[in-house]
Design a protein around this ligand. Sequence first.
Ligand SMILES: Cc1cc2nc3c(=O)[nH]c(=O)nc-3n(C[C@H](O)[C@H](O)[C@H](O)COP(=O)(O)O)c2cc1C
Length: 239
Amino acid sequence: MNEVIRQLHERKSVRIFEDRAVPDDVKNEVIEAAFEAPTAGNMMFYTIIDVTDQQVKDQLAVLCDHQPFIAKAQLVLVFLADYQRWYNTYRAAELDVRKPGVGDLMLACADAVIAAQNSVVAAHSLGLGSCYIGDILENCEQVRALLSLPEFVMPAVMVVYGYPTRQQLDRPKPVRFGRNHIVHENAYRTMEPQELLGMISERGDKETVEQLCKRKYMSDFSLEMNRSVTEYLKNFGER
Ligand SMILES: Cc1cc2nc3c(=O)[nH]c(=O)nc-3n(C[C@H](O)[C@H](O)[C@H](O)COP(=O)(O)O)c2cc1C
């Protein structure tokens, strides 16, 4: 296993950080690694918000399903899918252009997430732990106001970073599902109930499917995320 692959296997989410600042040179390497990610048409359809204001971190911790560790992270980056910059650029060049559509936005989301993952890999290589926060999709009206997001900009993911505590380093990484369930050859293979339920038990999850469903799918945060995104996309669709 080469060093890159070893680190990909080793990386795990970190949610408890040491009270130790991230030096500027480390932060710059993490951010600049994001820029080196593949990006559709080399257009960089994303903007990164570097959240340095503690009050903004505190509010994000509340708005993102009350996760206090967000407020304690030394580095907080919000990766925004950004079609506004290119739309404004086209208009600055006095071109007669359509407004961005949902397809444009989805492409921008892919760009933003890929950039985020580069930053996560870079952070790990520098001894810095990280955790994605998908809940940035919730409470869209308040998050948009807090971050002053224009019309064609949407948060894709937030990532929080910090130096891991010993306990976090020693914590085992969650086990993944077997390759046979995840990689299908040539076409999608719909799984039978027996395989689906077996997949969960093979992994040795402590939670039952019912508990997982309640916690992840039928939960308030999940309903709120869907309300938020649907509401935002409604405006997009009408253009
Ligand atoms: C899109 C996305 C959203 C996530 N959102 C959260 C979150 O809001 N809070 C959290 O504690 N972890 C979050 N995670 C981290 C996952 O829980 C974690 O990646 C998963 O349990 C696998 O563990 P590992 O990263 O340690 O391998 C998120 C991960 C991804 C990729």
